[in-house]
Design a protein around this ligand. Structure first.
Ligand SMILES: Cc1cc2nc3c(=O)[nH]c(=O)nc-3n(C[C@H](O)[C@H](O)[C@H](O)COP(=O)(O)OP(=O)(O)OC[C@H]3O[C@@H](n4cnc5c(N)ncnc54)[C@H](O)[C@@H]3O)c2cc1C
Length: 408
C-alpha cells in the first residue's frame, strides 16, 4: 500500500518539470500534482550560470522559472531536496528518498543531464570545476578571482560563454579544445571563426586541435594544465565544458526503454515505452517529426516546450512535439547568437559577418533546416517559419538583403 496518491508525479525540478507543472494547470488539469526535485533550489534557469549570474550581475531569484508564490497559488506541491529512488511502472508507484511511497496516475521523467566528467591525472585537485548548478558558478567565481588565469577545457557553449563572461569581468582566460574552431560543430566554420576572432580580440588565448593530458598542482590545488601536444598552461582555476550525459538512472532501473543516444526513448508525443509515463527535456530522446528521426536536444526552451507537450498528452490531447528548437548563447555583452532548427547544412549568409550583423540559413538540399542570427531577431522568426513549413526557398533570394523574407 502506497503512503499517498497523486494524479501527476513529475520527477526532476528543472525547466522540463516546471514547464510541465505550469502547462498542466494552464490547460485545466484539476488533479493533484507533485513535483519532486533533488536540488535545494526551486526550478531555475541554468543559462544565467555561465552568463549574468556568473558575472555577479543577477541573483538566484532572477533565475527562478516561476515566482515563489506560484506553487501554492496553483496548488502544485514542490518537494525540493527529495529524489525519486525507484520507480515501479507496473504498480505505478515511486519510492522517494524520504522513504515515502507515492502512487501515481501519470508520471513525467524530467531528470535532465549530468556533466560529462574527464578522468585524467590530477582531476581531483582543488580549483577544477564543472558547471551545472548555482553552487558550481559560485565556486568558479571565487576561484577565478583568486587566480591569474582561468583555463577552459572545451570550445563549445560552456567554454566560449565562460571565456567571454570571465574576460569581461577582468579575468585572463585560455581555451584548450579538441576542435580547430570554436563552436564550429554547432554553427559551422564561418560563424565559428567569427566567434573565435571575437574572443581573441578580447584577449582570450585559444589553443585548438589539442587534447587535455593531465593537471598538475601544488598543495592540493591545480597550478598547471598540460596538453597531449606538450602545451603547459599555468592555471589556478580550470573549468571543463565537456558535454553532458542524460540522467537515466531512474528510467533504467524501472526497465524503461533507452535510446541509442543514451536518453529515454519516447514517441513524438513524448510517451516512453510505458504508457502513461512521459519524458521531457535533456533526458528525452524523442521521435521528432521535424528532424525526421529520433532526436535529443539539450536547450532550455526545448525543455520547457517538451514539458508543455507532455502535459497536453497527459491530459489526453494527443499532440506530437513539433516545436522548432530554439537556442541562444550570450557572449558577454558583445553578442547574442540565436539559433533555431534541426541541424546544420550548407550555409547561406545574409548580411555581413565582418560587421557582426548577419544571419545564416542552413540548407539541406533545398530545405531550410536551421537559422542563426546575430543582432537580427526578426530573421529568426522567419527561419522558424521556413523550417516548420519545410520550405525550399531560392538561395539567391535568401542571401539578398533586399528580399523581404516574409515573401519567401
Ligand atoms: C551553464 C549552462 C548554461 C546553459 N546555457 C544555455 C543557453 O544559453 N541556452 C539554452 O537554450 N540552453 C542552455 N543550457 C541548457 C539548458 O539549461 C538545459 O537544456 C535545461 O536546463 C534542461 O532542462 P531539464 O529540465 O531537462 O534538465 P535539468 O535542468 O538538468 O533538470 C533536471 C533536474 O532533475 C533533477 N533530478 C535528476 N534525477 C532526479 C531524481 N531521481 N529525483 C529527483 N530529481 C532528480 C536534477 O537534480 C535536476 O535538478 C545551459 C546549461 C548550463 C548548465
Amino acid at each position: 500500500m502506497a503512503d499517498r496518491e497523486v494524479d501527476f508525479l513529475l520527477i526532476g525540478g528543472g525547466a522540463a518539470g516546471a514547464g510541465c507543472a505550469k502547462a498542466l494547470r494552464e490547460e485545466g488539469a484539476d488533479g493533484s500534482i507533485l513535483l519532486v526535485g533533488r536540488e535545494a533550489d526551486p526550478p531555475y534557469e541554468r543559462p544565467p550560470l555561465s552568463k549574468e549570474y556568473l558575472a555577479g550581475k543577477a541573483d538566484r531569484d532572477a533565475a527562478t522559472i516561476v515566482d515563489a508564490g506560484w506553487w501554492e497559488e496553483n496548488d502544485v506541491e514542490l518537494a525540493t531536496r527529495v529524489s525519486v529512488m525507484k520507480l515501479d511502472p507496473e504498480a505505478r508507484t515511486a519510492k522517494l528518498s524520504t522513504k515515502e511511497e507515492v502512487a501515481f496516475g501519470k508520471a513525467l521523467l524530467a531528470t535532465g543531464a549530468n556533466v560529462r566528467r574527464l578522468r585524467v591525472d590530477g582531476s581531483d585537485l582543488d580549483g577544477i570545476h564543472y558547471l551545472r548548478a548555482f553552487g558550481n558558478a559560485d565556486a568558479i567565481r571565487e576561484d577565478a578571482g583568486a587566480s591569474e588565469r582561468v583555463v577552459l577545457i572545451g570550445g563549445s557553449y560552456i567554454g566560449c560563454e565562460l571565456a567571454a563572461t570571465l574576460t569581461a569581468i577582468g579575468h585572463q582566460c585560455s581555451i584548450l579544445m579538441l576542435e580547430d574552431v570554436t563552436l564550429a560543430h554547432h554553427f559551422g566554420d564561418e560563424v565559428g571563426h567569427w566567434i573565435m576572432g571575437n574572443l581573441r580580440d578580447r584577449g582570450v588565448e585559444i589553443h585548438g586541435g589539442d587534447e587535455l593530458d593531465r593537471f598538475e598542482g601544488a598543495d592540493g590545488h591545480v597550478t598547471r594544465v598540460v596538453s597531449k601536444g606538450g602545451l603547459e598552461l599555468a592555471a589556478g582555476c580550470v573549468v571543463l565544458g565537456t558535454g553532458v550525459v542524460p540522467d537515466v538512472m531512474v528510467a533504467r532501473q524501472a526497465g524503461i526503454e533507452l535510446g541509442e543516444g543514451g536518453g529515454i526513448a519516447c514517441s513524438s508525443r513524448l510517451e516512453t515505452s510505458v504508457p502513461g509515463i512521459y519524458a521531457a527535456g535533456d533526458v528525452a530522446e524523442f521521435e521528432s517529426p521535424l528532424h525526421g528521426r529520433r532526436a535529443k536536444v539539450e536547450h532550455f526552451e526545448v525543455a520547457v516546450a517538451h514539458g508543455r507537450t507532455a502535459a497536453l498528452n497527459m491530459l489526453g490531447r494527443d499532440v506530437a512535439h513539433e516545436v522548432v528548437p530554439y537556442f541562444w548563447s550570450d557572449l558577454a555583452d558583445w553578442a547574442t547568437i540565436e539559433y533555431v532548427g534541426v541541424g546544420l547544412g550548407e550555409p547561406v549568409i545574409r548580411g555581413s559577418i565582418d560587421e557582426g550583423s548577419f544571419s545564416v540559413f542552413y540548407l539541406d538540399g533545398d530545405r531550410v533546416v536551421g537559422g542563426l542570427a546575430v543582432s537580427r531577431s526578426g530573421d529568426i522568426e522567419h527561419a522558424t517559419r521556413l523550417i516548420s513549413g519545410r520550405a525550399t526557398p531560392d538561395r539567391a533570394a535568401l542571401a539578398d538583403e533586399s528580399t523581404d523574407l516574409a515573401s519567401l
